[in-house]
Design a protein around this ligand. Sequence first.
Ligand code: BGC
Ligand code: CA
Length: 352
Amino acid sequence: MNKKLTSSMLCAALAVGTVFGSAMTASAADLPILGAGIYSSTDNFNSYIGKAITGASEGVFEVNVDDGQLDQSTQLNQIDTALAKGAVAIAVSVVDTTSAPTIIQKCQDAGDIPVIFFNKEITDKDVVNSYENLYQVTSTGGDYGAAIEGEIIVNYWNENPEMDKNGDGKLQLINLMGDPGHTASQPRSEHVKSTIEDAGIEIELLEEDTGMWDTTKAKEKMDAWVSKYGDEIECVVCANDAMALGALTSIEAAGFNTEGKESEQYIPVVGIDALPEALEKIESGELIGSVLQDAQTQGKVIVAIANNLYQGKEPLDGLDFEFDTDGSKAVRVPYSAITAENVDEAAATYAE
Ligand code: BGC
Ligand code: CA
């Protein structure tokens, strides 16, 4: 009885809230709709881009960033719904890159609505060139930040001779890769290793496997490896921070890294993205570094392109970016190295 009362009161309160909400945001209802979605809210980095899109849309677009829940048909339904509501642009990180033609078709059918693909780059040029109103917002270079990640490791090796624990002149390395279906995954894995080797450091690859961009999966893999190799591991390179944080949890449970660089046993771990939750670990020395992939700027650029197009302006009007030189309408936001010395630079991008 009591429970019932409480829940009906809650319903009433929510109803009032909704009424007030819509009354207060009457002007928001007049804003054009941006149909936005990320492939999964379980992906930390994508969630930050989603937040950046929401932030940048304030007063510009009515937006609700959908969660594709790792399911392409769910995401296609969300796009249908947004287009049916009259979205003036669609911005998505696709669940599956091969579904790009279907999404393009939907936008075309809805009246040549612009589509902005972000994060998961569509690399099939035939697909990219098939639609005049297709834009992409990702990050720089075919290496997707991995050359910078490799340089962090090379610098660390040069500055910390104790990194070569067994003194054999080689780097005993573990490589945690991203989702093989993602455009950045293979290039990151290759470029991080070639950058290390090009600097004259020979790699002995202890293990290499995918952690699917995911903290829990990375932790599970690392649990097995840390018990197999223990202090023989001289470096763990991760294709993103979510996995670096998972690997770190695992090695800390095994007694490594808990006191930062002062730890009795230490395994250098590095990631990509410079997520806020990784920055603390870089500051404390539990991670040696990361590569900033600027989610805030990517979100702003996505919204600015959509708004410029809606206003009938040039897509990059007022932005400090240019499209790719190959003629595709792709904006690439640069990466930068983040270590204990400059965590503030990455933190500042999230503070805006
Ligand atoms: C990011 C990863 C993310 C992946 C998913 C990459 O660019 O670095 O953190 O999991 O995109 O799309
Ligand atoms: Ca060694």
